[in-house]
Design a protein around this ligand. Structure first.
Ligand SMILES: [Cu+2]
Length: 438
């Protein structure tokens, strides 16, 4: 283990030099340490950045997504002023003021190495140039990376997602005999950043039905410095018992600043459903309860539990407040650090709180991780932090290059529009009252 420790220590030291050289660039985009937190002005209805920093895409059903982007030296791609305009909406509906990666925490199982890949490696600096074939059907935008120069590093394209919906509207459902079906398309926005041996694909997906999805895909290489898991904390990937790749976790965090209907004043709600089996003949019953989250929360996933962020400023034409539901993907929660112990955090907005761990930019002496920020303050402008973990026990197939392993979450539109934004014209009169089948 001694040699192992040395080699990893050396690797970390090399990176530390690189990062300290970059901090000037990083701080130039972060808040001045002395700046008092203040609420941002309400986001514009549509992206109002210059053309080079604008992304706009119309998809199936006439849905248009608009946003701006900028680039941060540490965390890379940041999307701003994200708005959604389904067909029939007179103007864009603001959804998110900003959305970004907030940390990738990588602890190795033997306790000998632990990285914060976003703030602790040259993740943001090591934006990768993309070949045209890596952005099929799309456009690769040029990113000005501070202290490095121009990188052809941001792909925007579209990708088919299969059926968006299908309805055989036959006599059994009282219908016209028509078959309605639609093929869905997503706007895809992504970058690839290198963090030592790994490469992370940060992907954002905006669907015609109003869903937003972000996934981080890890590829590149396993670290050859860590082929020494001879302590039953690794998996042999070389011949026989050789090259035991040390197991480790990738704990990925995102930071979401909602601006639903142009206002930061959203409300957070948690829903829990409890199923009761029948005591005799009969069927199970289920009771769903809503808990208003009025104070900062460190939340934990549970069967039949979910959260939503509810607009404080706008309703759909059914009179229902617009909201977005947080839909976490598969996750392995890691108990190793206080900030990895929870799946979702809602904290009151503070401009300097940008990274889920090892935060940079708050005044000296301030707590530097998201778990400590969730300390009971009232939520008037909630910031949503999503944490998705993946415990990576390597396999022979992880070489070489390592097939992409994905982890992420979705934000599902809930009552943003009065019906599906993709409802065909023939069915548009069926809001809450479809014909009764025979
Ligand atoms: Cu891994």
């Amino acid at each position: 283990m001694h040699v192992n420790r040395l080699s990893r220590a050396r690797k970390r030291a090399t990176l530390a030099v690189a990062v300290s050289a970059l901090l000037g660039g990083a701080l130039s985009v972060a808040a001045p340490a002395s700046a008092a937190p203040k609420a941002p002005s309400a986001p514009a209805a549509a992206a109002d950045c210059s053309d080079a920093y604008k992304i706009e895409q119309t998809l199936d059903g006439g849905t248009t997504w608009r946003m701006c982007w900028h680039y941060n030296t540490l965390s890379g791609l940041i999307l701003d002023k994200i708005s959604y305009q389904p067909k029939g909406e007179a103007k864009p509906i603001p959804v998110l003021t900003s959305a970004r990666l907030a940390q990738v925490h990588v602890p190795y199982d033997d306790g000998q190495a632990e990285y914060d890949d976003v703030t602790g490696t040259d993740f943001g600096q090591a934006l990768q140039n993309l070949a045209p074939g890596e952005c099929p059907g799309g456009t690769i935008k040029t990113v000005k990376v501070p202290n490095r120069g121009e990188v052809k590093g941001l792909c925007t394209t579209t990708r088919a997602r299969g059926h968006a919906y299908r309805l055989n509207d036959d006599a059994s459902t009282g219908g016209s005999g028509k078959v309605f079906s639609g093929q869905g398309k997503d706007l895809l926005v992504y970058t690839v950043n290198k963090a030592s041996w790994y490469e992370y694909i940060t992907e954002w997906r905006f669907s015609s039905d109003g869903t937003i999805t972000s996934n981080v895909g890890a590829t590149g290489s396993l670290s050859p410095y860590d082929y020494d898991g001879g302590d039953d904390r690794g998996w042999p990937i070389g011949k026989g018992d050789q090259a035991k790749a040390e197991s480790h976790a990738h704990n990925v965090f995102w930071r979401l600043n909602f601006g639903l209907d142009g206002s930061p004043k959203a409300k957070v709600e948690q829903y829990d459903s409890k199923v009761t089996p029948p005591t005799g003949p009969g069927s199970p019953t289920t009771k769903t309860t809503r808990t208003k989250v009025t104070k900062e929360l460190a939340g934990d996933r549970k069967d039949m539990r979910w959260w939503r962020v509810v607009s404080g400023a706008g309703k759909n034409t059914d009179g229902h407040p617009r909201s977005y539901e947080i839909v976490p993907g598969a996750s392995n929660k890691h108990a190793g650090r206080p900030f990895t112990k929870h799946d979702v955090y809602f904290t009151q907005y503070k401009k300097c709180e940008q990274y889920a761990s090892n935060n940079i930019g708050c005044p000296a002496g301030s707590p530097d991780s998201v778990d400590k920020w969730a300390n009971g303050e009232s939520l008037t402008h909630p910031i949503t932090w999503v944490h998705i973990g993946f415990h990576h026990i390597a396999r022979d197939e992880d070489q070489q290059p390592m097939p992409v392993h994905w982890q992420g979450f979705s934000l599902a539109a809930r009552d943003v529009t009065a019906m599906s934004p993709l409802t065909p014209q023939d069915l548009a009169n069926q809001n809450g009252q479809p014909p009764m089948g025979g």
